[in-house]
Design a protein around this ligand. Structure first.
Ligand code: ATP
Ligand code: NCN
Length: 190
């Protein structure tokens, strides 16, 4: 089984994430996508970062009806910040029969060489990249271990959704209905 690992803060998960994951399953050789909720991105310090359990709950609500998707809290028990290579190595050890690839959005490619053990991630796992508006150019686009997936650009971000909620604007259609209800019920990001 070839699995795409889609790491993120998911603060909160939105339809952009779901379209990325679905495109990977439908248009590449990936059989499944696992969403890995990261407690703390090493490059991001966010004051409005929800507790990881709340972000995990929302991912579960977003993917419950898609048999190709799963979510993992494996990073919750690991050291912070969340370094992707550490998790990749752990998952490979735990699931020796699976073949793992890392999925990222195009905005993460330019800074990817600054990630911990970036070369090892490239060599041993490889990257599948979904294009994203306003991404900085990167030489890695041509790298043999990087697959640029052709798909529609989605100008949707968790930042925009948090802003809508702060302003009292509806996030209907930007997040799945179950996630919208949960966000409103819990009064998140107000
Ligand atoms: N609209 C999108 N198009 C392509 N990739 C995306 C999109 N939104 C998120 N991603 C990718 O999903 C992964 C997780 O992203 P993340 O949870 O940080 O969402 P985000 O919308 O970028 O959040 P924020 O606005 O808080 O920075 C990253 O690899 C990111 O590049
Ligand atoms: O391992 C690293 O050095 C590293 C550097 C930057 C980001 N990451 C991971 O990339 C994922 C995407 O982050 P985010 O916050 O944009 O959703 C998240 O799981 C981070 O932990 C990992």
């Amino acid at each position: 089984m070839k699995i795409g690992l889609f790491f993120g803060s998911f603060n909160p998960i939105h339809i952009g994430h779901l379209i990325v994951a679905n495109t990977m399953v439908e248009t590449t050789d990936l059989d499944r996508v696992w969403f890995i909720v990261s407690p703390q991105n090493p490059f991001k310090k966010q004051k409005d970062l929800l507790h990881e359990f709340d972000r995990l709950d929302m991912v579960e609500k977003a993917i419950f009806d898609n048999a190709n998707f799963s979510v993992s809290d494996v990073e919750f028990a690991m050291t912070r910040p969340s370094y992707t290579i550490d998790t990749l190595l752990l998952l490979r050890q735990k699931y020796p029969k699976h073949d793992f690839v890392l999925i990222i959005g195009g905005d993460n490619l330019a800074d990817f060489p600054k990630w911990k053990n970036a070369q090892q991630i490239l060599d041993e796992f490889g990257l599948y990249v979904y294009p994203r508006p306003q991404s900085k150019p990167s030489d890695l686009q041509m790298h043999e271990r990087v697959r640029m997936v052709e798909a529609p650009l989605l100008d949707i971000s968790a930042t925009f959704i948090r802003k809508c909620l702060r302003l009292g604007a509806s996030v209907r259609y930007l997040v799945p209905q179950e996630v919208e209800h949960y966000l409103l019920q819990k009064k998140f990001y107000l």
